[in-house]
Design a protein around this ligand. Structure first.
Ligand SMILES: Nc1ncnc2c1ncn2[C@@H]1O[C@H](COP(=O)(O)OP(=O)(O)OP(=O)(O)O)[C@@H](O)[C@H]1O
Ligand SMILES: [Mg+2]
Length: 144
């Protein structure tokens, strides 16, 4: 399924909508080039789950993973841009992430560990806005 996100607010609104459908055990893979809007979507998703629009959500570029306690369960936000190899993923606690709500920027780095049932979100630049493609279970896609 494809959508056009006219401006940053549209990306934020989509992040909040997806958050309303998320539950522990879900994985969202956020793909797209530098500046596509992955972190904007992730931040809106986490803030909606936390029920706090002012929650600080730093990019986990250097820490690689950032965890949040929310009323809807724990959320783990990965940014794997700097991940050296799959061994590094185990050190980050990837095995435990199975029971969390998980967001992954640069999911290409997961290789064979990519969950098959994840929601795949692909963002691309489209003039001044963004084009987004979503592939996954129907419950994510209904009425977006
Ligand atoms: N739908 C949209 N239309 C126009 N601009 C947008 C849209 N969504 C997000 N942006 C803007 O795009 C810029 C980059 O967003 P963001 O930092 O989320 O990208 P990113 O994919 O995480 O990039 P990086 O890979 O460099 O971390 C931000 O300034 C954000 O406001
Ligand atoms: Mg980012």
């Amino acid at each position: 399924m494809r959508l056009r996100l006219e401006d940053e607010q549209a990306t934020i609104a989509l992040g909040a909508k997806l958050a309303a459908r998320a539950r522990p055990g879900d994985v969202l893979l956020l793909e797209g080039p530098l500046g596509a809007g992955k972190s904007t979507l992730a931040r809106a998703f986490i803030r909606a789950l936390a029920g706090d629009q002012r929650l600080t959500v730093p990019s986990p570029t250097f820490t690689l993973v950032q965890a949040y306690e929310t009323p809807r369960g724990e959320v783990w936000h990965f940014d794997l841009w700097r991940l050296a190899g799959p061994e590094g993923l185990t050190e980050l606690g990837w095995d435990e992430a199975e029971q969390k709500i998980v967001l992954v920027e640069w999911p290409e780095r997961l290789g064979s560990l990519t969950p098959v049932d994840a929601l795949r979100v692909t963002l691309s630049h489209d003039g001044s806005g963004r084009e987004i493609e979503l592939q996954g279970e129907q419950r994510w896609l209904d009425e977006l």
